[in-house]
Write a protein that binds this ligand. Structure first.
Ligand code: FE2
Ligand code: FE2
Length: 208
């Protein structure tokens, strides 16, 4: 596949991420649990938390697409494509769960997507080990963030919790993959800047 072919494939993927329904390759973990009798406030809170997670997954799509465009190592590209497919499951599961809870995805998704793609490509331009460093640190922060959501979600909402728990386990594996492929370690100020950017994004996405 030439660089142009790869770009066209990724462009098609981008349109589907932002506009279309995502396609999951695994059944949603929500299917394991029955719907709980949540109060309207609990449903709204759970839907808003899942909107935040959905935004995270839109960004993950962009980051992995940035990787697919820039990654030089063929073996690494294969591993990253596998992780990207799991991210697509997360995207579909969180969108589906938002719908079940009566919520809607973030109106700013095209913006989140574009920002993440730009960052992914910028990291890719620095070479594979920094590209992977960006991915590893993102996955680590997402995993922590999902752990926080398990504390914040209504205790009875087993369907949402099942989705978040599976996503969290997947993100931990994605991080290990990035490290195994040779990710460098970012200096603390870069990690702090990423954390701050994530905080801004999650705060806005909880509302719109
Ligand atoms: Fe994910
Ligand atoms: Fe991930």
């Amino acid at each position: 596949m030439t660089c142009i072919d790869r770009f066209i494939t990724q462009f098609d993927h981008a349109l589907r991420t932002v506009a279309g329904p995502a396609r999951a390759s695994r059944p949603s973990p929500a299917a394991r649990a029955a719907e709980a009798g949540l109060s309207p406030a609990e449903r709204a809170h759970a839907a808003a938390l899942m909107r935040v997670n959905h935004v995270g997954e839109v960004c993950a799509q962009a980051l992995y697409q940035g990787q697919a465009i820039t990654a030089r190592d063929r073996a690494a590209r294969g591993e990253l494509e596998r992780a990207a497919r799991e991210e697509e499951d997360h995207l579909a599961w969180s969108a589906e769960r938002i719908g079940e809870l009566g919520g809607r995805p973030s109106l700013l998704n095209p913006l989140w997507y574009a920002g993440s793609l730009a960052m992914g490509i910028a990291a890719g331009a620095l070479g594979d080990k920094w590209n992977l460093a960006f991915l590893a640190e993102t996955e680590r922060q997402v995993e922590e963030h999902l752990a926080g959501h398990l504390d914040a979600l209504p205790e009875a909402d087993s369907r949402t919790r099942a989705v978040v728990e599976t996503m969290r386990a997947d993100e931990a594996r994605h991080r290990d993959t990035a490290i195994a492929l040779g990710a460098a370690e970012f200096p603390q100020p870069v990690k702090r800047a990423m954390r701050l950017a994530a905080k801004v994004m999650t705060t806005i996405a909880y509302r719109i």
